[in-house]
Design a protein around this ligand. Structure first.
Ligand SMILES: Nc1nc2c(ncn2[C@@H]2O[C@H](COP(=O)(O)OP(=O)(O)OP(=O)(O)O)[C@@H](O)[C@H]2O)c(=O)[nH]1
Ligand SMILES: [Mg+2]
Length: 223
């Protein structure tokens, strides 16, 4: 009887917790996005900083939503740190891939048949190419298969940004065309400014619905 009562109590008081992994090249805005989420959903969180330092290791925080906890994992995007990302893949429920929309040239990759052609960096942005390779690498890991993917075209507050439609058509769609089983992955591309907060709530809301939809594939942790 005690165990039944305890079980019922735990069931009634516990909430689902989902982990969200923030990925993207160095300087993309992951830590700023993370801080912005905290300041929007946690009244006691410190104000968002305009100056950040490159992340070495990880920043983790849990935000409390009415129906779930979202645990946000912000990891370093510098080249030498990217090999650490894979250790987070099995336990994450969603991936947010953040792109600096001001650091990808014109944002348009050549057509898929020419993706691997030997085109020099001056003809297409090296950072755009780096972004493609890194995103492809994330998607090709079997541990990320089926995990909802949100791509954020960040820094949309800046005048020199590439607009989201261009990033969607010119980069993300082309990466997906080449991805194994890309068609069955739940994904979305959204414009945001992590700095000003524009689009950040919409991003969190998308994540909330998608981790729920995928709860059979990746069950939450009960807390
Ligand atoms: N204008 C503008 N600047 C931004 C935005 N998001 C981030 N930044 C700036 O971009 C720089 C890098 O931001 P971070 O959040 O540290 O980038 P990161 O992806 O965490 O970088 P790593 O930790 O090195 O992987 C900082 O100077 C931020 O203020 C944005 O939406 N708009
Ligand atoms: Mg960082």
């Amino acid at each position: 009887m005690y165990h039944l009562a305890k079980g019922l109590y735990l069931y009634a008081t516990s909430k689902e917790e989902y982990s969200v992994l923030l990925l993207g090249l160095d300087n993309a805005g992951k830590t700023t996005f993370h801080s912005q989420i905290r300041s929007l959903y946690d009244p006691s969180a410190p104000a968002i900083k305009t100056k950040t330092v490159p992340t070495v290791g990880q920043n983790v925080s849990t935000i409390t939503l009415p129906d779930m906890y979202l645990k946000i994992w912000d990891v370093g995007g510098q080249h030498s740190l990217r090999k650490l990302w894979q250790s987070y893949y099995t336990s994450c429920h969603a991936i947010v891939f953040i792109i600096d929309s001001t650091d990808i040239g014109d944002g348009v990759l050549p057509s898929s048949s020419n993706l691997n052609a030997n085109v020099s960096g001056s003809e297409r942005s090296e950072r755009l190419e780096e972004c493609r390779l890194v995103l492809e690498d994330v998607l090709k890991h079997s541990e990320t298969e089926g995990v909802p993917l949100l791509v954020l075209a960040n820094k949309q507050d800046r005048e020199d940004c590439v607009e989201v439609v261009r990033i969607k058509e010119g980069l993300v769609k082309k990466v997906f065309e080449g991805e194994r089983g890309g068609g069955i992955r739940d994904s979305r591309v959204l414009p945001v400014s992590a700095l000003t907060g524009t689009g950040v709530r919409e991003a969190v809301e998308w994540l909330q619905t998608r981790v729920r939809w995928n709860r059979e594939g990746r069950p939450p942790v009960m807390r």
